[in-house]
Ligand binder design. Structure first.
Ligand SMILES: [Zn+2]
Length: 412
C-alpha cells in the first residue's frame, strides 16, 4: 500500500476551489498578493485543514507556514514539499497554490493510508514568491536557505511605502501560528510540485514534467550614444542616429541568440529613445536584455557574442553593455530527478525531462539539500493570467507521484 492510492482527486480539486475564493476575481483568477488580508485568509484556511487532521502547524520570522506530519524517528530531519500561496495581482488559481495543496494532499493521503514514515513529512507555504508587492520574489525560501538575509527583507517596502516587517506582523496577527525563533532548519530533501507555466507538456501529451534544472538568467542594459541632429537638414551619411544603430544591433542580437532547439530565451523588453522628438535624430537609446538558459556555459558564450556585436553594429555611434543581473542555473539532485522519473514511470504516467523556464522557491532550497520539482500541464501553457487552468486528473497525477517520492525519501 502506498499513499499514492489514497490521493483524493475530488478533495484536492475542492481545496483549489476553496482557496480560489480567497482573493477571487470576477474573471476567475485570484488577487492574493503577499502579506495581504487575502494571504492571511489562505494561511488560516491551510492551518485549519492541518489542525483538523492533527498535524502540527508553525511559522518562522519571515512568515513561512509549515505543516508537519510526525515520523517514527524523533531525531530524523524531515522531507519537505510545498510552494507559495501568494499570487500576481491578476494571477491564476494554480500557480504556487497547487504545490502547497499537493504537498498537503500528500500528508493527508499518507494519513488516510495509515502509513508511518521514519522521517517527518512537511508541507510548506513560502512567503512572497511572486515579488509583485515586495521585492525580491522567492523571499521566504531565500531567507530559509540563508537566514542572514532576514533583516534586509524585513526592511523592504511596497509601492505605497509599507514596510514588509509591518505587513508581516499584521498578517501573522490575522493568521496566528506558533513562531520559531529563527528561520531555517535541517531538511533531508525537498520536492516542489508546480504547474508548468509553459506549453511543452500539453503539446507533447505528457502528464509529468521531470524537472532537471531551473535555467539561469542574465540581464543587461545596452546604452548607445549618437548625436542629436535636425531631421530635415542632416544628410544620412552625416548622422550618428542612435536608434538606427539600435535596430541594427537588435536584429543582429536576435540572429545571434537563435538556437536550433529553441532553449535559449532572449528578450528585449524595454527601449528608451531620446530625446523622443519626431523631428530630431535620436541621440541616445537604452534597452534591456533578459537572457536565460539552463547551461551557464551557453550564457557565457552568448554574452561574449553580445559584447562583440554591441561594439561592431553600433558604429558610428558608441555603445556600452552593462550586466545588471546574473542568477546561475539550478541543477536539481540526480537522485531526486531519477526518483521522480522512476515513480512517474511506475505509476504508468507519460513523462518527460525538462528544465524550468521560470524561477521557483526550489532554486533556493536546492542549495540546502537534495531537491527536485514535478511539473503538471496547464491549459495552453498560460500562467500569470486569470484564465490559468489545469485539470483535476493532472493535478491528482502529479500528487500521486509526489506522495510516492516523499514516502521513499522519508524512509531513507
Ligand atoms: Zn509559482
Amino acid at each position: 500500500m502506498s499513499g499514492a492510492n489514497t490521493v483524493n482527486e475530488q478533495r484536492l480539486w475542492q481545496r483549489h476551489a476553496d482557496m480560489a475564493r480567497l482573493g477571487g476575481t470576477p474573471r476567475g483568477g485570484v488577487n492574493r498578493q503577499a502579506l495581504s488580508p487575502e494571504d492571511a485568509a489562505a494561511r488560516n484556511q491551510l492551518a485549519a485543514w492541518a489542525r483538523a487532521r492533527g498535524f502540527e502547524v508553525f511559522t518562522d520570522p519571515i512568515g513561512n507556514l509549515f505543516v508537519r506530519r510526525a515520523g517514527s524517528d524523533p531525531q530524523a530531519a524531515p522531507v519537505m514539499s510545498g510552494s507559495h500561496m501568494d499570487s500576481q495581482p491578476t494571477g491564476g488559481r494554480f500557480d504556487g497554490m497547487y504545490g502547497v495543496l499537493a504537498a498537503f494532499e500528500a500528508l493527508e493521503a499518507l494519513e488516510d493510508a495509515g502509513i508511518a514514515t521514519r522521517r517527518p513529512v512537511m508541507a510548506v507555504a513560502w512567503t512572497n514568491e511572486e515579488g509583485s508587492r515586495f521585492q525580491p520574489g522567492a523571499m521566504g525560501s531565500a531567507v530559509f536557505a540563508n537566514p542572514d538575509r532576514l533583516d534586509g527583507m524585513l526592511a523592504q517596502k511596497d509601492w505605497e511605502g509599507v514596510r514588509l516587517e509591518d505587513a508581516l506582523a499584521e498578517t501573522l496577527k490575522a493568521a496566528p501560528a506558533p513562531m520559531r525563533d529563527a528561520p531555517g532548519f535541517p531538511v533531508e530533501a525537498y520536492v516542489e510540485a508546480h504547474i508548468e507555466q509553459g506549453p511543452r507538456l500539453e503539446n507533447e501529451h505528457r502528464t509529468i514534467g521531470v524537472v532537471t534544472a531551473i535555467q539561469g538568467s542574465r540581464r543587461y542594459i545596452v546604452s548607445i550614444d549618437g548625436e542629436e541632429a535636425h531631421a530635415g537638414t542632416t544628410p544620412r551619411a552625416a548622422r550618428k542616429d542612435a536608434f538606427a544603430a539600435a535596430t541594427r544591433l537588435a536584429a543582429a542580437l536576435y540572429d545571434a541568440t537563435t538556437d536550433p532547439d529553441d532553449t535559449l530565451r532572449f528578450t528585449i523588453g524595454r527601449v528608451e529613445v531620446s530625446p523622443g522628438s519626431p523631428n530630431t535624430v535620436p541621440g541616445k537609446v537604452r534597452f534591456t536584455i533578459d537572457m536565460r538558459h539552463p547551461d551557464d556555459g551557453v550564457l557565457a558564450e552568448r554574452e561574449a557574442a553580445i559584447e562583440r556585436l554591441v561594439a561592431e553594429k553600433t558604429r558610428p555611434c558608441t555603445a556600452t553593455l552593462e550586466k545588471i543581473g546574473n542568477m546561475p542555473p539550478t541543477h536539481f539532485d540526480p537522485r531526486v530527478i531519477g526518483l521522480v522519473r522512476d515513480t512517474a514511470q511506475g505509476l504508468g504516467l507519460r513523462h518527460m525531462d525538462m528544465p524550468s523556464g521560470a524561477g521557483h522557491d526550489a532554486m533556493h532550497i536546492a542549495r540546502l539539500c537534495p531537491a527536485g520539482m514535478i511539473f503538471v500541464p496547464c491549459e495552453r501553457g498560460i500562467s500569470h493570467n486569470e484564465i490559468e487552468n489545469a485539470t483535476p486528473q493532472d493535478l491528482a497525477a502529479g500528487t500521486r507521484v509526489l506522495v510516492e517520492v516523499l514516502e521513499t525519501l522519508a524512509n531513507r
